[in-house]
Design a binder for this molecule. Structure first.
Ligand code: ZN
Length: 423
């Protein structure tokens, strides 16, 4: 898990959520997040940056649905939730913390099975976790391709606001100051002299062709970059080729991990395998409807599953108390719903939300906000059981630690699958 601190946004495989720092949200939407103590005037670039980040993170979520190795990872996390839920429920019933040495036989077998499935996943998809060496860049990973796809999406989202020329200039300036592998991937596929958004559309199709197939994404990417002229590339990675890739990948999948993530009893609280397949179908249909065009994808986001946003104050914001002032009622009014994770005092000693979950600004949420909280809590609280380290940010980690001791101390012996909004 990527640690959130210092980052403006992030996503998390296995939980339908995107993370956004609360100051980013307040800059996007100062009406909903009244920023007292400043002029409240936020320069346009900040707003555009926030909008871009939202599209970037949503794209990561969508790519995870159609990129076979990530979809499989997602299923494994669903399986982890199903097992983790059982383990937590029995730990709480005992009034203790979930510990690996206190599992009963059935739980121990389930945890072992999950670990086996994760190892098998790594073996089957080994080439997706390896890097390839390309002569013009050095080591390239599938993450670089995913980042490149998220970045072309965020630029496409800004296109109607900035126009072709400004957008191209913004890219040149920004990619010049942030020389990363993924900016290099985008620049490598950019055809000089062509309109910038046409380039974005082509690059997006190339990346979808590489990622959404049964073949190794890096091998495909190498094949694409070897295409001598843009017309050939357009044919190689056109809509029909992406469609064929998708179908081939779907024909190949046969996942036994389905069975352990499709539990009717826990479906209300955790994401199930069925939800995931449903999300994937909706996303696929939206892509087809848009003929695999990037501009069409951005325009049809309302028809795709959009995960809610978990906002948080990062370590530095907490230390300096530079937390935007916001009340639950403000968020409800602006976004239709709000779920409180934590409260703190801001620099003016007013009580404000330090973290919470809201529908992603501008979108309907594909999942109930409390389900996201349950999944985030479970991922964090069962880390010892599954032997993987999970950390979000100091603030969120503390909130979930506090939640655990609260549950145990309360002695209410409630299961981990039922908890109301925390204030
Ligand atoms: Zn990213």
């Amino acid at each position: 898990m990527t640690r959130l601190s210092g980052r403006v946004g992030a996503h998390l495989i296995g939980v339908p959520v995107i993370f956004l720092r609360s100051d980013v949200l307040s800059r996007l939407d100062p009406q909903a997040w009244p920023v007292h103590g400043t002029t409240g005037q936020h320069p346009e670039p900040d707003r555009l940056g926030a909008l871009a980040t939202i599209h970037h993170e949503i794209r990561h979520f969508h790519d995870a649905l159609l990129t076979p190795f990530l979809f499989h990872r997602f299923l494994l996390e669903v399986q982890r939730n199903a097992i983790g839920g059982r383990v937590l429920a029995s730990a709480f019933a005992r009034g203790s913390t979930p510990q690996a040495d206190m599992l009963n036989d059935e739980e121990r077998e389930l945890v072992a099975r999950h670990r086996r499935d994760v190892r098998e996943h790594r073996r089957v998809f080994a080439d997706c976790y390896a890097t390839a060496t390309v002569d013009w860049l050095g080591a390239l990973s599938v993450s670089d391709l995913l980042e490149a796809n998220a970045v072309v999406t965020e630029y496409q989202a800004l296109a109607p606001l900035l126009g072709e020329e400004l957008l191209a200039r913004r890219w040149t300036e920004w990619s010049g100051t942030v020389p990363t592998k993924y900016t290099a991937v985008v620049n490598r596929l950019m055809v000089p002299g062509e309109p910038f958004t046409r380039n974005l559309r082509r690059i997006n199709r190339v990346l979808m062709w590489c990622l959404y197939g049964a073949e190794s994404p890096l091998r495909r990417f190498t094949a694409a970059t070897n295409c001598a002229w843009p017309g050939l590339l357009d044919r190689l990675c056109g809509a029909p080729a992406i469609e064929r890739s998708l179908r081939a990948a779907l024909r190949r999948e046969r996942y036994e991990v389905w069975q352990l993530g499709d539990d009717e009893a826990t479906a209300r609280y955790y994401l199930g395998a069925r939800d995931l397949v449903d999300y994937r179908r909706q996303y696929e249909e939206a892509l087809r409807g848009a003929d695999f065009r990037l501009d069409g994808y951005v325009e049809s986001l309302a028809a795709t599953p959009v995960p809610p946003t978990c906002f948080y104050a990062d370590d530095d914001m907490v230390r300096t108390r530079r937390v935007p002032f916001v009340r639950k009622a403000d968020l409800r009014t602006a976004y239709g719903d709000a779920y409180v994770l934590g409260l703190m005092r801001d620099a003016a000693r007013r009580t404000t939300l330090s973290a919470g979950i809201i529908p992603t600004p501008g979108h309907r949420s594909c999942v109930a906000l409390n389900r996201v909280d349950t999944m985030l809590a479970m991922r964090y609280l069962t880390q010892e059981i599954f032997g993987d380290q999970v950390t979000y940010s100091t603030l969120l980690d503390n909130l979930y630690d506090g939640y655990l001791s609260e549950l145990i101390a309360s002695g209410r012996q409630r299961s981990a699958t039922a908890h109301p909004d925390r204030r």
